[in-house]
Every structure is written in C-alpha cells, then in structure tokens.
Design a protein around this ligand. Structure first.
Ligand code: ATP
Length: 678
C-alpha cells in the first residue's frame, strides 16, 4: 500500500476539513479485507493524510473510527434502536415506514437499507459534502438529546445527517446497483446508520486504530524532520509508548491534543495517569487449584486477598485547590466545595450518581494532608445489623441512577485493595507491597463503610486453603492471589495478568472460570411458562471478526419471577431477524422463536464443554479437527447472575472458549493416559 506513494483521497487539500467521504473510503477498504496488516496499513495511511493536511481534525477522525463519540467515562451512548432509525430513514428519503420495514426484513442491515433508500431518491440539488467534524458534531447532538420530545429531536438530527449523506456503493458512486448484497463501498449513509446502531462492523478493532495512530504519527514525525521512513523498531517503539500512555490515561480527548503539541515520544512526560480519567482496571487469570497457584508463583513472594463479590469501584478524589492540575478530568465530573470526586465502574462508566452515600464520606477516610488519590476497590452490600458482607444479589437491588444519599436502603461497604495514584503521583509502578503500605498508612478504615481487603501473606498450601475457607464463610467468592514484590507486582492497567490469579470457591473442581455471555435469542416456555421466555440462546464474542458466535441454550437457574422480569426486560430488544454479525446454525429447528439486540450479558457456569454443529463459538478454530461447522458448546449451563457492568463486547471471547475446551481435552487425555498405565 505504501509503495503507491499516493494519498488515498486525492481531492482533499491542506487545511480543508477532513471529508467524511474520505473516511468512508477508508472504511470500505477496511471492510473488503480480513487481513489485519492490510487493515492497519489503510488506517495508518489515512491518519497520515489527516496529520499532514488537517491535524486539527485528528481527534474526531479517531473517534469516528472507533465508533465512540467520547471517552467511556463521559457517558455518551448511541446505540439507537432500530425503529427510530427506520423512521428517520423513511422521513429523510420520502419512503414509507412500511417499505423501509420490508427492506429491513429482506436485507437485515439497516446501514444498507439507508444506502438503498438514498440511492433510490431523486436528487434535485447536490447537498454540501459532509465533513468528519460535522458528522461527529451531528452524532454528538443526537446522543445528547434527553427529556421531553427527545425522540423527535433525535429523528430530526438523523434526518439532517442522512439528507446530506452520499449513498454510493462503489468508489464511483454508481446508483441502481443491487445493494441488497453488500459489496462494500463508501456509502456515507450506510456508515452513519451503523454508527448510530453502535456497530460499524468493519472488523476494525479499537486496538488496531491505536496501533495505526502510533504508526501514522511516527511516520509523520519522521517526514517532518526530513528523515527517511521509520524502521520497524522505531514503529514498534512508538506503538509501545502510545499503548502504555493510553492504558494509564484512556482518553483520546487528552492524549491527541498533547501528542500534536509535544510529539509522540514526549507523551509519557505530559500524559500520565490522573485523577478524573478512569484507567482500565487490571484483571486476573483464572486458576483451577491452589497447587496451580503455587506452581505459578514458585519462589516468589505473593499475597492472598479475599475476593469480594460486589461491584468494582475506582474511586477518584482531588482537593479543590489541586483541581487545576488535571485539566483532562474536570469537564464531565462533578465538583463541589469538597473537591472533585467520582466513582467509576469496571467499564469506566461514571457511577457517581449511584453512590452519593459513598462519595459524601470520602473525606473521612483520609488523613488531613491528602490532596488527591485513585483507589481500586470493590463495593459490597453490607448488613448493618449483623455487621457483615451480604451476597452480590443484594447489591443488584440498589437503584442505578439519581440515588439520593438519604434514601439508600442497601448500604455498601467499600473494600479497598489497591492505591493507584496518591498526592500528585501515579503509584502503578511501585510494588504491591509498597502500594499497600501507603494505603494502610494514609487511609483510615471505618467498619461497614471503608475497609481494607482482608489478606494473608503465605505460601503454605494448608494456610491458603484455610484463607479460602474463611473467605467463603465471609460471603466472598474466593481469593485473589497477587505477586507482592519485584517489578512484576506493579499495577498493569487494562491487562488480564498472570501476576493476579483468582481462585474461586465454586470452580475449583470444574471447568475453570464461569463465562460471561451475550443473550441473542429466546424460546417461548412450555406449560405454565408460555407467556414468558423459557430458554435463551447465548453467544461468546469474537473480537477479530466482531461477531457473536452462539454457544448454548440455557433454561436452568431462573426463578419464575426472574423469567417474568426477563421477559419484560427483553421485549423492547426484540428484532425482526438475526443481525448479520450473529453466527449460528442455519438449520430451521435450531432457530430461536425471537431474536434480540445484543445488549444483556449473563454470567453462566457449565459442567463441561463439547463440540456441536448447532453452535458456532470458535468454530473456525476447530475447522481442521472437526471437518468444519462445529463450534464449542456448553453442557448443562446454569445462569449465575446478570453482568450489568459488562458490555457485550466484553463478554468471554471465543478465543478464551477455545482455550477452555483445549485445556479440558488435555486434562481428559492426561487422566485417560494415566489410567492406561495403572
Ligand atoms: P469475575 O467474574 O471473576 O468478576 P471479571 O472478568 O469481572 O471476572 P476478574 O479479573 O476475573 O474480573 O476478577 C477480578 C474482579 O474481582 C475484579 O474486577 C473486582 O471486581 C473483584 N475483586 C474482589 N476482590 C478483589 C481483590 N481483593 N482484588 C482484586 N479484585 C477483586
């Protein structure tokens, strides 16, 4: 690609706003290949052109590429429902809703329906071309509308964008082609609608955009300095700098302007973890036994903490006279005379409105001379009478939004297990032992309100077993075993690390971890249950192809009341037919009665895993072994709980599913081998 030496979009001149058509051309090039390196090259070339011609538009360009209008903590969600979009397409193209619905039924992709509708429309005059910045602003306006009459305002916002959008399905803008078959093509209408739905479906992972951005800026900086194309080592160095910075400060709003001002390689000096911008939390690897833990950590110092069963909470605080030091953070967060304080979820969602009772007390946890901190904690429902932890289900009954501190019925206790930033300095590179000492020295536990995670530093098997039993008696899920000293015990944002191992009580003898799966469809119940759904079709997520691959039907673990609630919760998510990015058997008898938008994530346990032609999870992985078509499926799956803190894209990946299956097979072979010897 580079060899052509040409700009991918020749009509755009320096200083012009980035044409949206240019971005769509890149999208369609990406859409036409599954090769990651080619995708990366298209994105990098396009971003180089943005950097050279219109660097001020780099931020909205990257945001449109990752299908996000702002950082997660800004709480700006699109994901607009099908019916609203269909109405807007109809109204903006003069076609009746009935016709749009019929098209959607036939085509099954609203993006293509929009492109077709625009293509059929006679154009009296040529609308002013869309720009990336204009589309970003338009979409942001649509996402932010709230309250009375918001539906109409959203529809009118969508109509405005669609009326200016081009429908072309090939580079030449040919009309009248059969666009019910998606041949790719830079249709603006198609990509606007897909953005509104919350999924571009290009097979373009967010991580790839990050790497492309790093490559583009390294190449651009070299060109500006009059140097030759950067070496692969220099590109890799740039990639690593940007990845590290982004993992501590996942906000393009802060990083991109700083990168344009200071250059990529000086970014780590100016963009560090800061209170007010949530970092992606460190995660743990599952283990099946205490002996597996001992094998992994042999010869190293480690610590075993209780694994509390509540909700992850990253708590940020800045005293009033220090807020000016953290400009990236203040825009969206609440401030009062006590300073800036916020609680973020595992997903970086702002949970401050859910926990005003916790935020109101932050100042009583700390010593006087504390001016800023970021704590990693778990909030757990608390029994104020018996002074003990309550099960997770109790926490789930708490209201999520606009909670008033005085009305809170389910009290929570915050269990702090890590300190990531303290008095102006990130602590993530310190060892866990140092971070823990600082936490214990500078914070003050208050029973039932703010406590330190219980722990024991031991490497003796029996003592670990005792700790595990005690943790379970204290209503915890098990243990988190963490590296304590050495560089390996640093905090690794956004990583599922081997330096944190989880040992859950109920999978010690089972498959390993439970799975978090997305609900794609349902079957009506039988007998008493005909008015509700009796079973559900679940899927794992494949981040490489951006598809949901089915893995099991589940009908066990639900109470009657739960089934009624689920029916109510799922009805608004019903769609006409499966989305094109669902992968499931096509055999008629395997089809569910209804399909849903991919929204709900459930934690599910299973007895074991098997291969089945009915499901498609990781089917590509086993293509060779099974002769094709068979995916991994769960045997005797059981519903554990809803994972409201996870988005569908954070469900268990098909790769993890394949790994679980392989592990199980390896154990089975080992045991049968041993039996043979016996
Ligand atoms: P899980 O279903 O196990 O919660 P997960 O993918 O959300 O899976 P994991 O990394 O597997 O996250 O488990 C770590 C989770 O356990 C953290 O996200 C946190 O919410 C919770 N937790 C409870 N106690 C601790 C602790 N002492 N240290 C770290 N995490 C803890």
């Amino acid at each position: 690609l580079k060899a052509t030496g040409k700009d991918p979009y020749p009509d755009w001149k320096a200083g012009d706003p980035v044409p949206y058509a240019a971005l769509c051309t890149t999208f369609s090039l990406v859409e036409m290949t599954t090769k990651r390196l080619i995708i990366l090259a298209h994105c990098s070339l396009f971003l180089q052109q943005v950097l050279r011609l219109t660097p001020n538009d780099l931020l909205p360009t990257v945001q449109l590429m990752i299908n996000k209008l702002a950082a997660d903590y800004a709480g700006i969600e699109l994901g607009i429902g099908e019916s609203l979009i269909m109405k807007a397409i109809g109204e903006s193209t003069g076609r009746s809703l009935q016709v749009i619905k019929a098209d959607q039924h036939e085509i099954g992709d609203l993006g293509l329906v929009a492109a077709k509708s625009r293509g059929n429309q006679p154009t009296m005059f040529k609308p002013k071309p869309l720009t990336v910045r204009g589309v970003h602003e338009g979409l942001l306006g649509i996402a932010k509308v709230q309250g009375h009459g918001s539906q109409d305002k959203k529809i009118s916002g969508i109509k405005k964008l669609l009326s200016a959008a081009d429908s072309a399905t090939s580079g030449k803008g040919n009309k009248g082609v059969d666009i019910t078959k998606d041949k790719g093509g830079p249709s603006e209408a198609k990509f606007i609608v897909r953005f509104l739905e919350g999924k571009l479906r290009l097979g373009l992972a967010e991580r790839t955009v990050l790497v492309a951005l790093a490559q583009a800026i390294v190449t651009h900086e070299a060109a500006v300095a009059g140097e030759k194309s950067p070496t692969p080592e220099r590109l890799a160095e740039g990639e690593s700098v940007l990845k590290t910075v982004y993992s501590e400060l996942p906000s393009y709003e802060v990083i991109i302007p700083a990168m344009l001002e200071h250059g990529l390689f000086d970014l780590p000096k100016v963009c560090k973890l800061q209170p007010g911008v949530p970092l992606k939390p460190m995660l743990a690897k599952p283990t099946k036994s205490i002996t597996e833990v001992l094998d992994r950590f042999e010869g190293k110092e480690f610590t075993c903490e209780y694994k509390y069963d509540g909700e992850r909470a990253q708590i940020h605080f800045v005293a009033p006279d220090h807020i000016h030091k953290y400009p990236g953070s203040v825009a969206t967060l609440q401030k009062d005379q006590k300073g800036l304080s916020a609680i973020f979820s595992r997903n970086s969602e702002d949970l401050s409105k859910k926990y005003p009772d916790v935020l109101g007390k932050l100042d009583s946890w700390v010593q006087k001379d504390v001016n800023s901190f970021v704590l990693d904690c778990e909030t757990v429902a608390w029994d104020t009478v018996n002074k003990k932890v309550l099960p997770f289900q109790q926490l789930m009954t708490r209201k999520r939004k606009d909670v008033k501190a005085e009305d809170v019925k389910v009290k929570v206790c915050v269990f702090a297990f890590d300190l990531l930033f303290f008095n102006g300095e990130p602590c993530v590179k310190k060892s866990l032992r140092e971070r823990r000492e600082l936490l214990h020295k500078c914070f003050q536990p208050i029973e039932g309100e703010f406590q330190f995670a219980q722990f024991g530093n031991t490497n003796v098997l029996d003592e670990i077993q005792d700790l595990l039993d005690e943790s379970v008696k204290a209503s915890c899920e098990g243990l988190m075993v963490k590296m304590l000293d050495t560089a390996e015990s640093g905090y690794e944002p956004s990583k599922r690390s081997r330096n944190w191992l989880k040992v859950k009580k109920d999978y010690l003898a089972g498959v390993g971890d439970s799975l978090d799966l997305v609900v794609l469809g349902a079957y009506y119940g039988r007998g008493k249950r005909t008015s509700v759904y009796g079973a559900f079709l679940l899927a794992a997520y494949n981040p490489n192809t951006d598809k949901y691959e089915t893995i099991c039907n589940i009908g066990t673990g639900f109470s009657e009341t739960r089934l009624e609630e689920l029916h109510e919760e799922l009805t608004p998510l019903v769609i006409d037919r499966p989305k094109p990015f669902y992968s499931h058997s096509t055999v008629p008898k395997d089809q569910p009665d209804v399909w849903f938008e991919p929204r709900l994530v459930w934690e599910v346990k299973t007895a074991d895993l098997t291969l089945s032609p009915r499901y498609k999870a990781a089917a590509d992985d086993f293509e060779g072994t099974t002769g094709g078509g068979k995916g991994v499926s769960l045997r005797f799956p059981r519903f554990i709980k809803s994972r409201d803190d996870k988005k569908p894209e954070q469900a268990t990946t098909t790769r993890a599913v394949a790994e679980m299956y392989r592990k199980q097979e390896a154990v089975a072979q080992e045991t049968s081998g041993k039996r043979g010897v016996d």
